[in-house]
Design a protein around this ligand. Structure first.
Ligand SMILES: CCCCCCCCCCCCCC(=O)CC(=O)SCCNC(=O)CCNC(=O)[C@H](O)C(C)(C)COP(=O)(O)OP(=O)(O)OC[C@H]1O[C@@H](n2cnc3c(N)ncnc32)[C@H](O)[C@@H]1OP(=O)(O)O
Ligand SMILES: NC(=O)C1=CN([C@@H]2O[C@H](COP(=O)(O)OP(=O)(O)OC[C@H]3O[C@@H](n4cnc5c(N)ncnc54)[C@H](O)[C@@H]3O)[C@@H](O)[C@H]2O)C=CC1
Length: 259
């Protein structure tokens, strides 16, 4: 039972909380007792996630509910700063758990990839994690609070993938960013780890051509795609004291794909 409420004193900020892995992470952290600040570019989707967590939503300035929804574009510095301000105003404390799930794809072969598709993916997937990690770390350090920052990379950041020069670069960058943050923030009691999901059933992967989906599934040692909850299991562990001496790591959740 204890492990089921190991996050009862935590406030968790989850970006990309309106869909897929971010929604599953929000549900799992809430189930383990955390208050969840669910953020998404799509505010309605973030609100839907908070409704799924159960109980009344906490609106800024009207404390009552346990969880709250926020709208922000993580790729914009002012929005990232404003998000951390709004979360602290709503909950009277900085988030002790920060999970960056917000991410996009703009897939194309290198020979045809546009600069715009490169820029957009790097802005959301890498710069967005820089901005959120920085704003959250600044809030935690200035308040003397410890924390756990979990950044969602991808197995593609480790091995590359056809059609994803932009995405692969962004996800490889997330690993290096997180390792560096771990080196700098450890002395402040802030742990930073990356999670590298493999092929997970979400709207993001459902956009892939079916023939490619079939190709990938055929080479997964466990023989099937993963669920968002498989990723949430690892995120909850990294968020909790059960991983208290783990920082700077990259945890692969892939069914053995590209081990
Ligand atoms: C033995 C198979 C090995 C497969 C390895 C694949 C690993 C993928 C793991 C993903 C796990 C993590 C995913 C993640 O982090 C979340 C995401 O990023 S989900 C999106 C992942 N995106 C892709 O994998 C790219 C998929 N491809 C496309 O979207 C289109 O092909 C593309 C827009 C790049 C080009 O479209 P188009 O010009 O229409 O060409 P085709 O679609 O007809 O493709 C031509 C040819 O190339 C083959 N192909 C395309 N992508 C891949 C790929 N990723 N891996 C392997 N092969 C690919 C495609 O099957 C065609 O082959 P033919 O034999 O000519 O039919
Ligand atoms: N689905 C998969 O197989 C894998 C996914 N990932 C990563 O996991 C994370 C979540 O992916 P999924 O749940 O599959 O995708 P998804 O598309 O279901 O959810 C992504 C969420 O991020 C939000 N978002 C997009 N841009 C944003 C922005 N600028 N600011 C704030 N929110 C924004 C979207 O509105 C959406 O709700 C992404 O970072 C993705 O790259 C990594 C490996 C595998």
């Amino acid at each position: 039972m204890a492990s089921q409420l190991r996050l009862r004193s935590a406030l968790a900020l989850v970006t990309g909380a309106g869909s897929g892995i971010g929604r599953a992470v929000s549900a799992r952290l809430a189930r383990e007792g955390a208050a969840v600040a669910a953020c998404d570019l799509d505010e309605a989707a973030a609100r839907d996630t908070v409704r799924l967590l159960g109980g009344p939503a906490r609106e800024e300035g009207a404390p009552g509910g346990k969880h709250a929804a926020f709208q922000a574009d993580v790729s914009q510095a002012a929005a990232a700063r404003r998000l951390l301000e709004q979360v602290q105003a709503c909950f009277s404390r900085p988030p002790s758990v920060v999970v960056s799930c917000a991410g996009i794809t703009r897939d194309e072969f290198l020979l045809q990839m546009s600069e715009n598709d490169w820029d957009k993916v790097l802005a959301v997937n890498l710069k967005g994690i820089f901005l959120i990690t920085q704003a959250a770390a600044q809030a935690l350090v200035s308040s003397g609070c410890h924390g756990s920052i979990i950044n969602i990379s991808s197995i593609v950041g480790k091995v590359g993938n056809i059609g994803q020069t932009n995405y692969a670069a962004s996800k490889a960058g997330v690993i290096g960013l997180t390792q560096t943050a771990a080196r700098e923030l450890g002395r402040h009691g802030i742990r930073c780890n990356s999670v590298l999901p493999g092929f997970i059933t979400t709207p993001m992967t459902q956009k892939m051509p079916q023939k490619v989906q079939d190709k990938v599934t055929g080479i997964i040692p466990m023989g099937h795609m993963g669920d968002p909850e498989d990723v949430a299991d690892v995120v909850a562990f990294l968020a909790s004291g059960d991983s208290g001496y783990i920082t700077g790591t990259s945890v692969e959740v892939t069914g053995g794909l590209f081990m």
